[in-house]
Ligand binder design. Structure first.
Ligand code: IMP
Length: 193
C-alpha cells in the first residue's frame, strides 16, 4: 500500500479522503508523522492556498503529499465566504459562528444558490498536480443534521432531500466537492502505479 501524506489537522477531512481513496492508499495525517505545525494559508484564492499548503509540507518532509482548500461560494453574497470560509466570522471563530453569520446575511434573501469548490494540490515525486471538484446546492434557512463539519448542516446539494450533515458519509463523499477532487487524485495515482 502506498503512503500519502495529507497536509491537514482536520480529522473529518482525513476520514473522508481515506474513504474516497480506498484500500490502495494509506493516507497519513500530520500527526502520524509527528509534525505539529500551523500550516500557512495566506493566499487570495483556494488554488493558491492548496499549493501553498502542499509546498509547505513537502518542504518540511520531502514526502509525497497533498493539501486541499475549499470555499463555499454563495451567489447572493457575491461568492463570499469563498477563500475566507474557515474564518468568515473572525479569527478563532467556530463552525457555528460561521453558519450564524451566513444565515444572518441571507435572511430575507430569496436566491439561496451556493456551491462548494475544492482544489487539491498533490506533489508526487516532486511534480505538482491540481484537481478541482465542485458541488452545487442551496443554503437552507435552518440547520438540519449533526454529522460532518463546517457548513454541512445548512448545505442542501441539488437533487437531494438531505443536507450534507444528514447524509451517510458514503453519499456525501460520492457527490461532494472534496470527493470529486479526490477522485481525480485517485485516478492519477492509479495511473502511476
Ligand atoms: P478548508 O480551507 O479546506 O479547511 O475549508 C475552509 C472551510 O470551508 C472549513 O473551515 C469549513 O468551514 C468549510 N468546509 C470545507 N469543506 C467542507 C465540507 O465538506 N462541508 C462543510 N464545510 C466545509
Amino acid at each position: 500500500m502506498q503512503d500519502l501524506l495529507f497536509a491537514t489537522n482536520n480529522q473529518h477531512k482525513l476520514r473522508e479522503i481515506q474513504a474516497i481513496l480506498g484500500n490502495e492508499f494509506h493516507v497519513l495525517s500530520l500527526k502520524d508523522v509527528t509534525l505539529d505545525v500551523e500550516i500557512p494559508e495566506t493566499q487570495e484564492t483556494i488554488e493558491g492556498n492548496a499549493v501553498q499548503k502542499a509546498r509547505f509540507i513537502h518542504g518540511l518532509t520531502g514526502m509525497n503529499c497533498f493539501a486541499d482548500d475549499t470555499g463555499l461560494e454563495i451567489d447572493a453574497l457575491d461568492g463570499r465566504p469563498g477563500v475566507y470560509s474557515a474564518r468568515y466570522a473572525g479569527e478563532g471563530c467556530s463552525f457555528d459562528d460561521n453558519i450564524d453569520k451566513v444565515l444572518q446575511e441571507l435572511s430575507g434573501i430569496e436566491n439561496r444558490k451556493a456551491c462548494f469548490r475544492c482544489v487539491i494540490c498533490l506533489i508526487l515525486d516532486g511534480v505538482e498536480h491540481l484537481f478541482e471538484g465542485r458541488v452545487d446546492g442551496v443554503i437552507i434557512p435552518e440547520r438540519q443534521g449533526s454529522d460532518g463539519f463546517g457548513y454541512d448542516p445548512v448545505f442542501l446539494p441539488n437533487g437531494f432531500s438531505q443536507t450534507f450533515a444528514e447524509m451517510p458519509a458514503y453519499l456525501k463523499n460520492g457527490i461532494s466537492h472534496r470527493g470529486r477532487a479526490a477522485e481525480g487524485l485517485r485516478k492519477l495515482m492509479l495511473s502511476k502505479k
